[in-house]
Design a protein around this ligand. Structure first.
Ligand SMILES: Nc1nc2c(ncn2[C@@H]2O[C@H](COP(=O)(O)OP(=O)(O)OP(=O)(O)O)[C@@H](O)[C@H]2O)c(=O)[nH]1
Ligand SMILES: [Mg+2]
Length: 455
């Protein structure tokens, strides 16, 4: 029999309200033991899915809070089991006393992801939807949240299921024709089968193409800031992040390592990388930092090259500029425009030097970086399409597409249907793993182990 689990599902305390959840066969009896409604009747005997006010008791019977509780009977609950929730004041002491009482009455602490795992096992969510829950919790921008919600609503699962069902129907038809030769079953049409498999493969490929973009939405579009020491890279990083995350000083060589922060720029997830100023150095740490800066520049999706308008164009600036042809989507930031009334002559030369995507004159110190932020937000993928964010799903989509392709190729080479349909069957099993229809217990364990406790 399944155990009854308990955990705090809300965030760090102290806070206004904390939510403790109980799920499993004894959820209601445990709730009735720890919570006494003002009305006298136990919550489990009152209206379901409604809030009831009462006293929360510690193990020794002392009242630890006055708060609300609700029951969600199976199967219409998040987990599909009997589920109870207590909404108490967000105090660590209150929550600890409540959980202690729950455990004394037979509940056990919920392992990470156990509530969602139970939702999956009871068929409330498929695996793509469960993975979307984790993505949604960790989303760092509006766009990331939108993509996760679309997946939670079945955008990936329903498409994969539709492809799988079509190919399954084809297989079922073929085996029916083979097994029941006397029955009146429509003949198996070879050409039609090939076109169904081809269409399935194309749909899978389209979904798989959304993976790179899905990753950018989930993890942020990487954008590196490069330039010589003291150009104002960290000041720009802070202005974009809206916080003093990076150390800024007038000492050249302040930043040594690559600093990374995902920021939501007008709802778009951008992973900003602040880097060490590019220069020759005797310091081992600084030389390593410069190497990392070059690496970041060459792998980022876009690069912001910062030059300091308050001085001449130096050899170090030229070395930074030499990197630009190796970078994707370079933009030029002419910084410290508060220190120069007129653009220096070199500014025009540098502007003409490369096909910059954009050129901005600004003062990072003033924090006025809106036009640059506006441009950065255009780097994120468009929210309309179906985006795959899970490497697991992408790998399975790729393998299923490969299997589908080899079925199509074998058919085109004139192989018999029973031979090429074996590959189609393999693809169907792989697709089942995406949604969890044919997933193993180990896989489910691994996926849900990555969740947080209480989810
Ligand atoms: N007046 C003015 N000063 C600025 C501006 N941006 C940065 N600074 C100053 O320039 C100095 C260097 O700024 P940082 O942001 O640390 O420069 P950096 O490019 O990160 O330098 P390293 O980490 O050493 O490579 C600091 O004293 C900043 O206050 C600006 O727009 N105007
Ligand atoms: Mg710096």
């Amino acid at each position: 029999m399944a155990s009854t689990i308990a955990a705090c599902s809300s965030g760090s305390m102290p806070c206004a309200i904390a939510i403790v959840r109980l799920s499993g066969p004894e959820a209601f009896s445990v709730l009735d033991g720890i919570f006494k409604p003002k009305s006298g009747l136990p919550v489990s005997q009152r209206k379901a899915r409604a809030m009831h006010y009462g006293r929360l008791l510690a193990k020794d019977g002392a009242t630890v809070d006055l708060c609300l509780a609700a029951c969600f009977p199976a199967p219409n609950s998040y987990t599909g089991e009997d589920l109870a929730e207590v909404y108490c004041h967000g105090s660590q002491a209150v929550v600890a006393a409540m959980l202690d009482h729950c455990f004394a009455l037979g509940a056990v602490p919920a392992p990470p992801g156990e509530f969602t795992k139970r939702a999956f096992l009871s068929g409330r969510l498929d695996l793509t939807e469960a993975e979307a829950v984790a993505d949604l919790i960790h989303s760092q921008s509006e766009l990331g949240a939108k993509a996760a919600v679309a997946q939670l609503e079945g955008s990936v699962g329903s498409r994969v299921k539709a492809v799988r069902e079509k190919v399954l129907a084809l297989l079922a038809h073929f085996y029916a024709v083979c097994d029941y030769t006397d029955e009146e079953i429509d003949p198996f049409e070879y050409e039609n089968a090939v076109s169904v498999l081809e269409e399935a493969r194309n749909t899978l490929d389209t979904l798989h193409e959304g993976f790179q973009r899905g990753r950018l939405v989930r993890d942020g579009v990487p954008v590196a800031i490069i330039g010589k020491p003291n150009a104002g890279k960290s000041s720009l990083f802070n202005a974009l992040a809206g916080s003093q995350r990076a150390i800024v000083t007038d000492e050249a060589g302040t930043t040594r390592d690559v600093l990374e922060q995902v920021i939501s720029v007008n709802g778009a997830p951008i992973r900003m990388l602040d880097t060490a100023g590019l220069r020759e150095s005797d310091s081992k740490a600084e030389r390593m930092g410069v190497e990392r800066a070059r690496m970041a520049a060459m792998t980022a999706h876009a690069v912001i090259c910062v030059l300091d308008l308050s001085g001449p164009l130096t050899q170090e600036d030229r070395e930074a500029l030499e990197l630009i042809p190796l970078c994707e989507q370079p933009v030029l930031v002419l910084n410290k425009n508060d220190l120069c009334a007129r653009l220096p002559d070199w500014a025009a030369e540098v502007t003409a030097m490369h096909p910059w995507k954009q050129v901005f004159h600004l003062s990072a110190q003033s924090g006025q970086v809106e036009p640059l932020a506006q441009w950065l937000s255009t780097l994120a993928p468009k929210p309309q399409e179906v985006l795959i964010t899970s490497a697991r799903q992408a790998r399975l989509l790729q393998s299923a597409s490969d299997a589908m392709s080899s079925a199509v190729d074998s058919a085109r080479d004139g192989m018999t249907a029973d031979a090429f349909l074996l590959d189609a069957e393999r693809a169907v099993n792989l697709l089942g793993e995406i949604t969890g229809e044919t997933a193993s217990a180990d896989l489910a364990h691994e996926i849900f182990g990555r969740f947080c406790v209480g989810k």
